[in-house]
Structure formats: C-alpha cells, structure tokens
Design a protein around this ligand. Structure first.
Ligand SMILES: [Ca+2]
Length: 241
C-alpha cells in the first residue's frame, strides 16, 4: 500500500502536446495544475528553457484548489536562430515535472504565392472536372483529384524564385497519408524539402526550414489514405519572411 507521501501532490498537463512556434515570435502554451490531495496545493511553478529563449512568466506561485485545477498560460518566444530546431522546455511544480516539446520554424509571409499560378498534375480523376488548376484557384469549394494510384503528384509554378518557408495543403476526404514536398528551380531537377509520413488529412502545414530558391513546388504522393486518388481543395505556398 502506498504511503501518503508517495502520492504526488499535483499533476501537470500541458496543451498543446507539441507547440509549433515561429522563431522570434510569441506562442502560448497552457499548464494545467491539478491537486491530487484532499487539500489545496501551493508551490512555485518554474520553467526551464534553452538559452536565449524568453518565457513569461519565468515562474509563478500557483495554488491548485482541493479536488480542482488551475490553468496557467505561458508566453514562449524562441530566439531568431532557433528555426529548424525542436527543443524541450521543463515545467516543475514541487516534485512534479512535465516537459513540453517545441518545434520552431522560420517566420513566413501571409501572401499565398500559388494562387492563380499555372498548375499541372500527373493525372486527373477520369470523367471529372477536377483539374490541377482547381487546387490553386483560391476557391475553397473546387478541387484537384488524381487517378487512384500512390505515386501521383501536383505541382505549381511560382512567378519567380523564392525562399519557400511553408506549404499548406487543404485536403479533401481523399488525402495523402505519406507524401513529400519537393522543390525545383527549373521544373526538371527536384529536391525533397519536407516529408510527411503519418498525415491525417484536413489542413497540413508543412514547414521548410532550410533556405531554398524555388520556382516549382510539388506534392509528390507516396501513399494514399483511401482507395481513391489524392484530392486537394487548395495548395498554398508562403515565402520565408
Ligand atoms: Ca480550389
């Protein structure tokens, strides 16, 4: 039988599970402190972050009410040089510690550079009007759909070479569970810029943390999630800012 002293006084839960942050910009995580005892628990909630990071507050006295919980928001700013890294922050409350993984990416501009640009694809689903251009027309109700094969792709040609920092894929129900984002300066030689291995559809934000000079961006399918092809409402391309 556990002794009373063996029961941790509190439990920490952090949301989100993984924080996606932009270098040099503020992101928010919330630490929820729950009392595990039949009384309120008061301790100092302390943060340990890598050098150069700003976390506010750095520490805070917190009282978790008896049988209840309290939510404490933290503002977390990774330094400019942290883009492309994944770091752990530790939150400690008395004897209890919980870690938060933070993925840091480069800042990107809001403009969608793919909108209205020429798009081509390896295929279009037979007997449909779901051409490649429908994935870059800026209309959330029109889409591209490929034939039902794993290796299909869609690409868009940008107006000029840019350093691409993020690609957003807005999937229809027929999504890719594994795919690569490839980039090219000439539309002939392609370089993998990011790989997604366990996609779950919906909206995928794919970050590209290495500087690049890109004229063409391609979603190269690896594995379909359904027996249908790949289908995208929209593909967005954002430059690193
Ligand atoms: Ca569309």
């Amino acid at each position: 039988m556990p002794r009373y002293a063996d029961v941790p006084a509190a439990e920490l839960r952090i949301t989100p599970g993984t924080l996606v942050a932009t270098a040099g910009q503020r992101a928010t995580a919330t630490v929820v402190v729950s009392s595990q005892l039949a009384r309120p628990v008061t301790e100092t909630l302390k943060v340990t972050a890598p050098e150069g990071w700003t976390v506010s507050p750095a520490q805070k006295e917190v009282t978790a009410p008896r049988g209840g919980q309290v939510a404490v928001p933290f503002e977390i700013t990774p330094p400019a040089g942290a883009a492309g890294r994944s770091e752990r922050l530790s939150f400690t409350f008395g004897s209890v510690t919980q870690e938060l993984q933070v993925e840091v990416h480069r800042p990107v501009a809001a403009d969608n550079l793919a909108k209205g640009r020429p798009a081509t694809a390896s295929s279009v689903e037979g007997g449909t009007v779901f051409q490649a251009a429908k994935a870059v027309d800026g209309d959330a109700a029109t889409r591209w759909s490929s034939r039902a094969a794993d290796g299909e792709w869609i690409q868009v040609e940008l107006a000029q070479p840019v350093d691409v920092g993020k690609v957003v894929l807005r999937w229809e129900a027929a999504y890719g569970s594994a795919y690569r984002i490839e980039v090219s300066a000439d539309g002939v030689t392609w370089t993998p810029a990011a790989e997604v291995g366990a996609g779950n559809g919906g909206v995928d934000e794919v970050w590209i943390d290495s500087p690049n000079s890109t004229r063409f961006v391609r979603m190269q399918g690896v594995r379909r999630a359904t027996r249908y092809g790949y289908s995208l409402w929209e593909v967005e391309v954002h430059r690193a800012a």
